[in-house]
Write a protein that binds this ligand. Structure first.
Ligand code: ZN
Ligand code: ZN
Length: 419
């Protein structure tokens, strides 16, 4: 397959399985919001997505572009105290688009180390300002107000970070090879392959939903964590339904089943097993200690001040909103690669997220107001940041309502082989 053909195949998968774009729906393409929009480097894929979207009946496809060198120019030349200023029109435009029931695609094609040499306080402050500004948009998305998806395109800075040993002109090709393989574009019929995979994830989620464990217990190197699951929690996998009832797949690739963590019932210590790329910097080798749901202490070998700023963003940023299980044998994990990007890395390992919980991960959550959601155990925050805690050494047990303890994962693999 030529690059052009494989982009066309990825674009089709994104529009049909990712967004499940419906005739008459407009499509807006964005990128990481701290950068203002989708990287110019993703333009070839963006154009293929536009073609697929029009073929699927979209009346209009728009893109909001962001340029990373322009972001660096801001850090180099703008007055420091202005770095907390964020667009006033963009958050409103995003909300208007989603509120009207149109589709939203975010494409990641960015340099995870873009802001590595900038002062961490400034990076953290900018990231906080963005989080607050786009919070209403994030809340609409996280309640599946419309169909949305996140995918990736190769970019030079990202490829250089992942494959520093390769000659520069080989890096992009290698990164695209990896993305396309993990998105199953090498299968004879990628869309059929995704339908089979999504059904097996849905079966795993159904098994966990029938169990209704009250608590998960994690143990592994540096990890001894007890995590409560609220009554009525719902395990969700790759495919979910928008408010209009259309099934869509928010992440391509996806290998996880996930649900809500109880905001007040997390006790013990947890150790990250992969670096976390956050706001253009890397946070590595970190551990968190929880008491009554809240982070009470933390330490990181690298990026500790950014991690501290993340946890201090608001009250909910120090609590967990999501818990996800991913077998160590997942294709992303088996690639042995670190992508420095959550879309891929979260599919390599079991993880938890600091910050907001998704309302659709508790039954009746969509109809709850914020106070009811919090009362039911749901966490609210301007942030939602996944970090990896799974490895080939992690064991997970599920505790049932009557206190029975069942093995869920052993050495990173499902303890119940097939469901
Ligand atoms: Zn997740
Ligand atoms: Zn997450």
């Amino acid at each position: 397959m030529t690059r052009n053909e494989s982009y066309a195949s990825y674009a089709d998968l994104t529009v049909k399985v990712g967004l499940n774009l419906q005739p008459g729906q407009r499509l807006l393409i964005i990128g990481p919001l701290a950068n203002g929009g989708v990287s110019l480097e993703a333009a070839p894929l963006v154009r293929h997505v536009a073609a697929s979207a029009y073929q699927a009946g979209a009346p209009l496809v728009e893109a909001i572009w962001g340029d990373e060198p322009m972001q660096l120019t801001r850090f180099a030349s703008a007055r420091r105290e202005t770095l907390t200023q964020y667009s006033t029109w963009l958050p409103k435009a995003l909300v208007e688009h989603v509120d009207a029931g149109h589709a939203m695609l975010s494409i990641y094609a960015n340099d995870p180390d873009l802001l590595e040499h900038e002062p961490p306080e400034d990076v953290g402050a900018l990231q906080q300002a963005v989080s607050f500004a786009v919070r209403p948009f994030r809340e609409l998305i996280s309640s599946n107000r419309t169909n949305w998806a996140v995918v990736a395109a190769p970019a030079a800075g990202w490829a250089a970070k992942m494959f520093p040993a390769l000659p520069p002109d080989a890096r992009m090709a290698r990164l695209w090879d990896e993305i396309s393989r993990l998105c199953r574009l090498d299968r004879p019929d990628p869309i059929a392959a995704w339908n089979v995979h999504l059904e097996s994830l849905a079966a795993r989620a159904a098994y966990l939903n029938a169990k209704q464990y009250t608590t998960l217990k994690y143990s592994g190197p540096g990890t001894d964590l007890t995590l409560g699951l609220p009554a009525g929690h719902v395990w969700v996998s790759g495919r979910t339904a928008s408010r209009a009832g259309e099934p869509f797949t928010a992440n391509l690739p996806t290998e996880e089943v996930f649900t809500i963590a109880h905001r007040e019932v997390v006790e013990g210590t947890v150790r990250s097993t992969k670096p976390l790329s956050y706001g253009g910097t890397l946070i590595e080798g970190f551990g968190l200690r929880f008491e009554r749901g809240r982070v009470v202490s933390l330490a990181a070998e690298r990026g500790e001040s950014v991690l501290r700023q993340l946890v201090d963003t608001d009250e909910g940023a120090a609590r967990l909103g999501e818990v996800a299980l991913v077998p160590h044998s997942s294709p992303v994990s088996q690639s042995g690669l670190l992508f420095y990007n959550t879309l891929f890395d979260e599919n390599a390992a079991s993880h938890v997220a600091l910050g907001a919980a998704y309302k659709f991960t508790i039954s009746g959550g969509d109809a709850m107001d914020d106070a009811q959601f919090e009362g039911a155990g749901g966490n609210r925050s301007a942030v939602h940041v996944d970090f990896m805690i799974g490895s080939g050494e992690l064991d997970v047990d599920g505790v049932g309502r009557n206190g029975t303890v069942e093995p869920l994962m052993r050495r990173g693999e499902w303890a119940v082989a097939s469901v």
